[in-house]
Design a protein. Structure first.
Ligand code: BLA
Length: 244
């Protein structure tokens, strides 16, 4: 269901950047589950280039039971621009959820004005896809912007309006990256290193996908996938050795 979204992103990336493969820890690039009656496959891709230090995307295909396309693009530490976050989910017949955002590293007014305000006209254009849904896992005020697209929708809308919105947001993101100024001081750069690491820590701890991964691929694989690939700069919370 979301393959055209993966293909679009991939084409954009390969046409605009000089990508190198970035390694994915052994055993985490792909997996197949035969638990339950539906087969589920998960596959991930990871790249880097001068402007973007980590580009990762993952596709989960469990037939009609689940289709997921998830991606995060982390800019180089020399830029303070937001991360591009994409989470497109479909479960069964009737549950389709799409999330797309420029994920701000900071919530200061000046930062939001510079990097989130430019999204405003797109958000207005796609008002139907910004439904102010309540977040149960995440805090909407941390690492999300007020102009995110976040909607419960249907397959028809995904393929039409949302596909257009997706292309528009991605184009705006490239434009923002293109205009971004290179940070000059070590202090500025270290601030970004820390902010991106904090994002990984926060995201690994809250990720609502952990249960989904565990149910298909087991708890151990799921934890490795979260902490060694998706959010590799996060440190797992200490667990008493007796319960390991
Ligand atoms: C919600 N994301 C979800 C849910 C799942 C995933 C299973 C819960 C859906 C539900 O039952 O309501 C799935 N998340 C994944 C998968 C991966 C993942 C498969 O990280 C990794 C492969 N999530 C992101 C990114 C964004 C994001 C980059 O990973 C930013 C656009 C947003 N996902 C996001 C939000 C929700 C969500 C806002 C709703 C969570 C809430 O209610 O708090």
């Amino acid at each position: 269901m979301y393959k055209p979204f993966l293909e679009y992103l991939e084409k954009e990336l390969f046409s605009k950047f000089d990508l190198r493969s970035r390694s994915i820890p052994a055993g985490l690039e792909a997996n197949v589950s035969n638990r339950g009656k539906n087969q589920a496959t998960i596959q991930s891709w990871c790249y880097e280039c001068a402007e973007l230090r980590k580009i990762r995307y993952t596709y989960i295909d469990a037939g009609a039971a689940a289709q997921v396309f998830n991606s995060v693009i982390y800019p180089s530490y020399h830029y303070d621009i937001p991360l591009l976050g994409i989470d497109l989910l479909s479960f069964g017949k009737n549950k389709i959820l799409i999330v797309l955002d420029f994920q701000p590293l900071f919530q200061e007014e000046s930062y939001l004005l510079k990097y989130i305000e430019p999204m405003r006209s797109l958000r207005e254009k796609y008002n139907n896809l910004a439904q102010n849904l309540e977040m149960k896992f995440y805090d909407a005020n941390q690492y999300f912007s007020k102009y995110l697209l976040f909607a419960k929708t249907d397959a028809e809308t995904v393929q039409t309006t949302f596909f257009q919105a997706y292309q528009d947001y991605i184009s705006l993101y490239w434009e923002m990256l293109d205009k971004a100024e290179i940070l000059q001081t070590e202090a500025e750069i270290q601030k970004i290193v820390k902010a991106q690491k904090d994002y990984d820590q926060y995201s690994a701890e809250r990720d609502p996908a952990s249960g989904l991964f565990s149910s298909y691929f087991g708890h151990e694989w799921s934890e490795k996938f979260l902490y060694e690939f998706l959010f590799e700069d996060a440190v797992p919370l200490a667990v008493p050795t007796t319960t390991r």
